[in-house]
Each structure stands twice: as C-alpha cells, then as structure tokens.
Design a protein around this ligand. Structure first.
Ligand SMILES: Nc1ncnc2c1ncn2[C@@H]1O[C@H](COP(=O)(O)OP(=O)(O)OP(=O)(O)O)[C@@H](O)[C@H]1O
Ligand SMILES: [Mg+2]
Length: 291
C-alpha cells in the first residue's frame, strides 16, 4: 500500500522543499522504501535539489516533466503525447539501492500554465498518480507556496498533509488561512477522512530568541485549538541545509553537517510514521526492512 503526503504551506520559504526532499531521501536510504518525490512547484526547486541543470535539461527534452503529464495544450512547447502514454518515462531515478528506488517526477516553469488555466485540473494529479503510485511505499508531493489550483490538485491526490512552518509572526497569521483552505476542501469532499493533517513541523529554528519562543508557544495554542499535532522533532536552522542543496546530497550525507540536523530528519520521519499509524488504525506496512 502506498501513502501520498503533500508538504503544504502557502507561506513561502518555510522549508517545504528541504523537508520533502530530505524525507524522501531518508525513507529510501535509511528505511529501504520505494519512494517517489513529485515536484508540483513551477519554481522546480525540488528538481534542482536532486538534478544538476544539464541533466534536467536533457531529461526535460527527452523524457518530459510533470507539466507534460498534466497539461493538454498542443500550442505549448511540451512533449506531451509520447510522455502521456507512459508516465513512468518522465521519472528520473535519483538513486536505486537493493532493488529499492528513489525517483522524482520533475517539474518546470511551464507548469505555471496550470495556474492560469485551472479548468478541469482538480483531479489530474490524482489520476496521474493512480497510474504509478503502487510502485512506491511513499509519495511525497512538494507544493508551491501559493493557494492555486495546484494546491487543490495536491489536496485531491493526497492521503495526508505535513505542514512545515517557521516559528515567526507571519506563520501564525498564515496558519489560520491554511487551516481554512484545508477545511473548505474537506467540507466539499465526499470522504470526511480525506487528507488528514499529520501535523506541523517547525523548521529553521534558531533556539536563540525570545520572540521565536513566543511564536512557537502561540502556534502551539493555535494548533491545539484546531486539533492539529505539533511534531516534537524540529529542523534547527543550519547552514548544512544550504550546503546540502549546493552539493545535491541529503543532509545526512552532507560533509561537516552537525549531528543534530543529520538526525532531525530521521526523528521527523519516525513521528510521521507514528502519525500515519494513528490515522490509518493499522501500521502502514511498506515493503522495506522496517515493515
Ligand atoms: N533548517 C534550515 N536551516 C537553514 N536553512 C534552511 C533550512 N531549511 C531550509 N533552508 C533554506 O531556506 C531556503 C528556503 O527553503 P525551501 O526552499 O525548502 O523552502 P520552501 O518552503 O520550499 O520555499 P518556497 O515556498 O519558495 O517553495 C532555502 O535556501 C533552504 O536551503
Ligand atoms: Mg519549495
């Protein structure tokens, strides 16, 4: 059984991509799972995190991207027909160990077309993933920082949401909007258990300022009111994350990274599995070694 988790927060720069990519790497490398990372952001930062630009350009031309799979628009410079018949052809293999795969469905700037032309898009990602998700134990969707049809597509395609959040004033204000968006979506869903919120993960925590602590306390009380879990593990602010982007490696393989950021992703992954277990009522049983 496969689970699809979207990393969502309409606030920009909160660490969605960093956490999505590192969780995907962790689940593959450390938990021996088959993992798919879906880049649903026209900024295509997740794609840039794991592919160098030259490789991306070649892949885009020869194999296509998520934009090719989602968009029906012959006037666009997309390579649709060939790719549409076989979505697996658009996947890029990041790594493969012991027969387990870590793939990305890359994005590109052209995906922004969807935002300007949202008609009949809501279910396209869900339908696309239905064709490939059973190849994987986990599918992580990296969402853009805007409330657009791409958000609706991610919500429709997901079993769960994970909310990365920076502990600051803007995040507290943004949290209310985010919860409103999720509630509105769920109210319009036939399934009341569609897209459960696994919780909030604090990111870029410096641990050095009173105002940050106040923001965390305030968010904790807002989250409690909304019955939203706050993960006890968090990602501290660390230059190693910036280095890991530069080196296109997971944080736990980044040279000179301290133990804390290296182990934090694993701890967040443990909480994530426990939360999925809580919601699903039975242990999610990936085919990996921890099953
Ligand atoms: N824990 C961290 N410590 C230090 N820097 C971080 C951390 N997490 C992310 N960053 C850096 O912060 C910037 C924003 O992170 P990221 O791109 O993951 O956020 P995002 O929410 O995906 O942004 P967007 O909303 O634009 O998609 C990046 O330069 C990233 O390297
Ligand atoms: Mg991002």
């Amino acid at each position: 059984m496969s689970v699809t988790i979207s990393l969502l927060n309409m606030k920009g720069g909160v660490g969605k991509t960093t956490l999505a990519v590192n969780l995907a790497w962790h689940m593959h490398q450390k938990e021996n799972c088959n993992v798919l990372l879906v880049d649903l952001d026209p900024q295509f930062n997740a794609t840039q995190y794991v592919m160098d630009y030259k490789a991306f350009q070649v892949h885009r031309k020869k194999a296509g991207t998520v934009a090719d799979l989602l968009i029906d628009q012959p006037s666009l410079d997309l390579r649709m027909k060939k790719v549409k018949n076989n979505p697996r052809a658009a996947l890029h293999k990041i790594r493969a160990n012991d027969g387990k795969r870590l793939d990305i469905l890359p994005s590109e700037l052209g995906l922004a077309w969807v935002v300007k032309n949202p008609a009949q898009m809501d279910y396209r990602l869900e339908k696309l993933l239905a064709r490939i998700r059973d190849d994987y134990d986990y599918v992580f969707v990296d969402c853009p920082p805007t409330d657009s049809v791409l958000t609706t597509m991610a919500l429709t395609a997901s079993d769960y949401l994970l909310i990365p959040m920076r502990p600051d004033r803007f995040s507290i204000l943004g949290f209310a909007n985010l919860i409103e968006t999720i509630k509105t979506f769920r109210n319009n869903c036939p399934d009341p258990h569609k897209v459960e919120v696994l919780g909030i993960v604090f990111t870029q925590v410096t641990g050095t300022s009173e105002v940050e602590q106040q923001a965390m306390d305030e968010l904790r009380s807002e989250a409690t009111k909304e019955k939203t879990e706050l993960f006890s593990s968090r990602l501290k602010y660390s230059n190693s994350f910036i280095r890991s982007v530069r080196d296109q490696t997971p944080i736990f393989e980044t040279l000179y990274a301290h133990t804390n950021p290296k182990s934090a992703v694993g701890k967040i992954a443990d909480e994530l599995k426990a939360r999925i277990h809580h919601f699903s009522g039975k242990q999610h049983a990936p085919k990996g070694k921890n099953s």
